[in-house]
Design a protein around this ligand. Structure first.
Ligand code: ATP
Ligand code: MG
Ligand code: FE
Length: 339
């Protein structure tokens, strides 16, 4: 079956087309430039941009895949979590398409979609696998017996998300928004061992993370330099900060694998695009005998293909579609894959 997926939880209007595990189109319109001068996503601006981008992005995805509306067998849409007004635009559009074409609609969890998207690149997910979801709003360790129906949270951040820490540190360093990609780039010319930044909750026995202490430590370090009238070694700060984040992430992810006897680790979400996270995870997984799966960077950040991928998984698992009254739920819990 051909599934069209719609994503509007944040600032990307994404429309993907998927058949089984095959990606046919992945069209994206982003309002990120409209938010950059505010240093973060402005919800009203995002909702309006989704409204304007929705129809053209759907049409572009259909054209890219060389199919028409009538070829679509099912629609999937991000029902949550995310910005309420932004989610509502996607959910309303998906309902209108499904109703007018008489096709089933699946309201899906954005976070499960970040996990499921890897099937488009590396085939069916092993059952079970461990998934580490690291994005702008979430940092969680999950045990995933079945991405269509059984996702269990083992731990998550107690304060900032990993991507949020990247964005805040980028602001401290005047590097603009979003911070992840630019810190990743700057860090290539820096020394990851230059500054010993704190690693929150490193050996505390939990599967939780904490990044706000690290963010504050970076801000204090930079302020002290500026007060002393000394130049800030931006590349070294970026590299040392990034190393602290990816060290904790990979250490905890492998602890979950070991404690649960699972030999497959998947990393998803926007921060999974980080080059140092990908490299250190590969190194540590190799040493631990764990198989690592990370989607290509374009599939890690928000997109419509991931929503279509999860929709296709629900269809092939024979799960019932959603009611046409399905709500947008801005705080949808990670365990609720579809509603
Ligand atoms: P959520 O998925 O939790 O709802 P979101 O949808 O806003 O949040 P994503 O698009 O999945 O998040 O990820 C965006 C985040 O990923 C931003 O915080 C951004 O800085 C971060 N990010 C993107 N690329 C990189 C990178 N190369 N290195 C580190 N962080 C990155
Ligand atoms: Mg985004
Ligand atoms: Fe996301």
């Amino acid at each position: 079956p051909l599934v069209l997926g719609i994503e509007t939880s944040c600032d990307e209007t994404g429309v993907g087309l998927v058949r089984g595990h095959t990606l046919l189109a992945d069209a994206i319109a982003s309002s990120v430039e409209q938010h950059a001068r505010f240093g973060g996503v402005v919800p009203e601006v995002a909702s309006r941009a989704h409204l304007e981008a929705m129809t053209p992005t759907v049409e572009r995805a259909l054209a890219d895949a060389g199919v028409s509306f009538n070829d679509v067998d099912a629609f999937a849409v991000t029902a949550g979590p995310g910005l309420p007004g932004a989610l509502m635009v996607g959910v309303a559009a998906a309902k209108a398409y499904a109703l007018s074409l008489g096709k089933p609609l699946y309201g899906v969890n954005h976070l499960a979609a970040h996990v499921c998207v890897d099937q488009l690149e590396h085939g069916p997910l092993p059952k079970p696998c461990v998934a580490m979801l690291v994005s702008g709003g979430h940092s969680s360790l999950l045990l995933v017996p079945d991405v269509a129906s059984d996702v269990r949270s083992l731990g998550s951040t107690v304060d900032d998300a990993a991507g949020e820490a990247f964005d805040k540190v980028a602001r401290v360093l005047d590097l603009g928004f979003p911070g992840g990609p630019v810190i990743d780039r700057m860090a290539r010319d820096g020394d990851p061992a230059a500054i010993a930044f704190p690693r929150g909750k490193y050996n505390d026995g939990t599967y939780d993370f904490s990044f706000s202490g690290l963010k504050t430590a970076v801000a204090r370090w930079v302020e002290a330099r500026e007060r002393a009238g000394e130049p800030v070694p931006v590349a070294d700060v970026a590299a040392s900060f990034q190393e602290a984040v990816v060290d904790v992430l990979t250490q905890k992810a492998l602890k979950v694998c070991k404690d649960n006897g699972v030999h497959d680790l998947l990393i998803g979400g926007g921060v999974a695009a980080n080059s140092r996270l990908r490299a250190l995870a590969a190194e540590r997984c190799e040493a631990a005998g764990v198989r690592l799966r990370v989607p290509r960077p374009k599939l890690c950040t928000d997109n419509g293909a991931m929503v279509a991928a999860l929709g296709a998984e629900l269809v092939s698992s024979d799960l019932p579609p959603s009611d046409l009254e399905v709500p947008a739920d801005s705080s949808l819990p990670i365990e609720t894959v579809t509603l």
